[in-house]
Design a protein around this ligand. Sequence first.
Ligand code: SF4
Length: 315
Amino acid sequence: MVKWSSGRVSGRRRANDKRRKPAAEGRRSEVKRPKVIVARPMGFCFGVQRAIGLAKSGKKQFGRISTLGELVHNPLVLRELEQAGIKSVRSARQVRDGALVIRAHGCPPETLDECGKLGIALVDATCPYVRKVQNVARRLKEQGYAVVVVGERNHPEVKSILGYCEGRGRVYSPKMRLKGGKIGVVAQTTMSRERLREAVASLSRFRYNELRVFDTICEEVAARQQAAARIAQQVDLVVVVGGRNSANSSRLAEIARNAGRRVVFVERASEVPRSIVERAGRVGIVAGSSTPSRVVCEIVEIVRNPAKEDRLNVS
Ligand code: SF4
């Protein structure tokens, strides 16, 4: 018998579907303007907002501050942080002075130990929801479970969770084989619920004494995924706004594609393909949790008013 733990995901506000006024009568050349539905929530999630705030206040406190890896997976935000003097380093050994920010994805405990040995001051911006997954994984390991993480093998969050399993954690793969005993399953916070269900169904085929499943998908992420799935049913084209290396933005694109919708993935307003947007009668706009709301608003303007995009492209 599979035991599911936690997993409540509440729906969020309805997508914003503002109706446009009809074009004025008597115009000679009428510009076709698609209807636009903007997914909610949008803008930074709580964890990203918090991490950026902690990095900025750490800069004031310590004078010099670096982030261990990219603070967020969005190049526009990273550029703004660099302009504010907050750059990323690949390892703790690169820190010469000042403090080091642990990003929202967290890091393995060995990294924290290494920082302690090197005497580096830490600003821990690990998102509390990621911390929760780390703690669940650690407890499962302590209670003798083999821990299976449903997530992306090379994603920093997954690496951080595996660090808390102390050698008893593995990343789920459809080809994996388990010998039985007690199995505990957790999910990367940005996983889709569908993928978690598929993984659990696959793991259920093995002989085991107990299979415990912890739905550790972030509610914010789940709400965005639900909105993307809902909006994909109502539009001809979905514009996903987010960093190309952003896991949660990629998941939104995947959900819209799985719904049979055409998807364009953009990082910034200037990338919106005018000709494709113009041909669509209804356009949905969804954004990842590390996408600034300012960028989403710029894209909404361009989709609603293609002439404005012309000006942007010219400059
Ligand atoms: S998406 Fe969720 S888990 Fe990830 S940083 Fe944001 S609030 Fe935290």
